[in-house]
Design a protein around this ligand. Structure first.
Ligand SMILES: NC(=O)C1=CN([C@@H]2O[C@H](COP(=O)(O)OP(=O)(O)OC[C@H]3O[C@@H](n4cnc5c(N)ncnc54)[C@H](OP(=O)(O)O)[C@@H]3O)[C@@H](O)[C@H]2O)[C@@H](O)CC1
Ligand SMILES: [K+]
Length: 505
């Protein structure tokens, strides 16, 4: 499923109508039919349905929904939230059809009727404003949005909840709070932002006949779910040997944080790494070796509990190197970090305290011949980019793309909707995961899975998307079967990896 901005959606729309030749009235018919069909699955004929219709094509969708349900004997009333003369074009055509079929349209200025109808309404359809919004919701629609939000009825939003644009970057907004949103044709960006996604309620995309080829032409952003995982995840070959699945190195750990690297190592092995070496101080290795007996261990010198550089550590011998987990922010480790950046001869994954060490080296990353992968959460991303955390949360798509392109890195911006970005601008939002993952250790486990995935045969971007998918799906499996979000531990997620591999292949 593609994720679009308003401009991209209008480009898809323009291509469909002017290149492919499908009439806009038919697109609108398809949108309204698809949404009313979905609504019928949870409604019965005793339900009273009230449609709020605006002037644009979003309102036009509302008139089709009203006509379709009215024609199937539902109790439907439409409240028009703009004067008659504002309804033009395809929306006007569908308003007339609705009237010709015998439907009735009321003005939302008739407050008495509006209030009494809302009192008896079971289902509200919000078709006031769609992706054509500009600025904050204006009166009288803003007042109606407030009334809708106070009502006990189930609120169904058409395309977006009125008040939300498709694009990221907003901070001052007022929106309808939907129970469920039917997004038309493609998912909209704001369905994945921390501040705006709750207004969508549950959601799904409805297909209305846009040509399949128009989406990749206009957007390079996808939602990554089971379908994409199944299509791209390589199968384990029957006669493969351990060398075929990657010889990996993880560097990190400090005496105060020995567990992080243990979890990353375990997750890497569980996710498929063929041969794994863990480079850390002897103190750390003593603490963790019995917890991950399958790994090999390479002691490096330490100072005051932090690892220091070992010039003899041949990082170039490994297929992929992950560095940073549990490493701490001591300058004693800076040389070890530089060593890894300069000499790694394959994908390099940087996480956690690694960001502190990588910041002065960002220009060097841009020169690396092999992929570099950074896996920050929003706080770390803000530090890397010298912006505020709210700024990252407001513009995750744009900032990730700018950073990835500037420094030639892949970025995994972690969060409820983890966002994966390639240096060439491709982006994917991971579709799995649950609040149980908001816990210490989750990131270490993800680093381990990413480390394993980049060594399996698949494109690097797909590898990162699949790593995020498996991480979230492992957590989902555990929460569905044996844990709750409250007690899910990072080590449980490692166990869950097996279940994902067994269940989905
Ligand atoms: N062919 C397609 O693309 C398809 C699109 N489809 C549907 O069309 C939708 C896009 O339609 P669209 O472009 O007509 O814009 P739309 O969202 O109805 O908004 C425009 C209206 O909003 C108003 N308005 C603006 N800002 C406002 C504010 N702050 N506060 C209050 N009002 C505000 C603005 O008023 P004005 O500024 O003109 O006075 C104007 O009346 C899309 O989301 C999908 O549902 C489907 O039918 C399938 C095919
Ligand atoms: K809407």
């Amino acid at each position: 499923m593609f994720i679009v901005t308003a401009k991209e959606m209008y480009d898809i729309d323009h291509y469909t109508m002017h290149e492919a030749g499908l009439d806009g009235k038919i697109l609108m018919e398809n949108a309204g039919r698809a949404i009313s069909g979905r609504m019928e699955k949870f409604m019965d004929k005793s339900n009273k349905i009230t449609v709020f219709a605006g002037a644009g094509n979003n309102g036009g969708d509302g008139f089709v929904i009203a006509r379709t349900l009215y024609n199937r004997s539902y109790d439907v009333q439409v409240f028009q939230v703009v004067p008659d003369q504002k309804i033009t074009g395809d929306a006007h055509y569908h308003k007339l059809l609705y009237l010709n079929y015998g439907g009735r349209v009321f003005s939302s200025d008739d407050h008495g009727h509006l209030v009494s109808r809302l009192d008896e309404t079971d289902v509200i359809v919000d078709a006031m404003v769609g992706i054509g919004i500009s600025g904050k919701l204006r009166a009288p629609i803003s007042d109606i949005a407030e009334r809708i939000n106070q009502s006990d009825a189930t609120v169904i939003a058409v395309d977006v909840p009125s008040g939300l644009p498709a694009d990221e970057g907003i901070s001052n907004f007022q929106s309808v709070q939907a129970d469920y949103t039917y997004m038309v044709g493609a998912a909209k960006m704001t369905a994945f932002l921390e501040s705006t996604s709750p207004y969508y309620g549950g959601w799904e995309k409805v297909d209305i006949g846009f040509p399949a080829s128009s989406f990749p032409m206009c957007s390079s952003r996808e939602l990554w779910g089971e379908e994409q995982y199944r299509e791209t995840m390589p199968e384990r070959e029957k006669y493969a040997h351990k060398g075929k699945h990657g010889k990996g190195l993880i560097i990190g750990g400090s005496s105060k944080m020995p567990g992080s690297i243990a979890m990353a190592a375990k997750a890497s092995l569980k996710a498929g790494t063929g041969l794994l070496t863990v480079a850390s101080s002897e103190t750390v290795i003593r603490m963790i070796a019995s917890h991950c007996v399958e790994a090999m261990y390479q002691p490096v010198p330490e100072s005051d509990g932090y690892l220091t550089d070992d010039p003899d550590l041949s990082v170039s011998d490994y297929d992929a190197v992950a560095i940073g987990v549990g490493m701490g922010r001591s300058n004693r480790s800076a040389a070890a970090f530089r060593h890894a950046v300069q000499d790694t001869n394959g994908p390099l994954i940087v996480d956690a305290d690694g960001f502190y060490h990588v910041k002065p080296l960002l220009d060097q990353l841009a020169q690396r011949e092999h992929p570099t992968v950074l896996t920050p959460h929003p706080g770390e991303m803000a530090e890397l980019m010298d912006v505020s955390i709210p700024e990252v949360l407001k513009n995750p798509f744009r900032l990730s793309a700018e950073f990835a392109e500037k420094y030639n890195v892949y970025v995994i911006l972690k969060g409820r909707h983890t966002l994966i970005t390639a240096p060439d601008g491709r982006q994917a939002v991971n579709d799995t995961g649950n609040p149980g993952l908001a816990k210490g250790g989750s990131g270490d486990v993800l680093t381990g899975i990413v480390h394993a995935m980049v060594m399996q045969e698949q494109g690097i971007f797909q590898a990162l998307c699949n790593a995020c998918f498996v991480h979230g799906a492992a957590a989902d499996w555990m929460v569905e079967n044996s844990r709750a979000c409250h007690d899910l531990m990072a080590t449980d997620v490692i166990e869950g990896i097996s279940m994902v591999y067994r269940a989905i292949s």
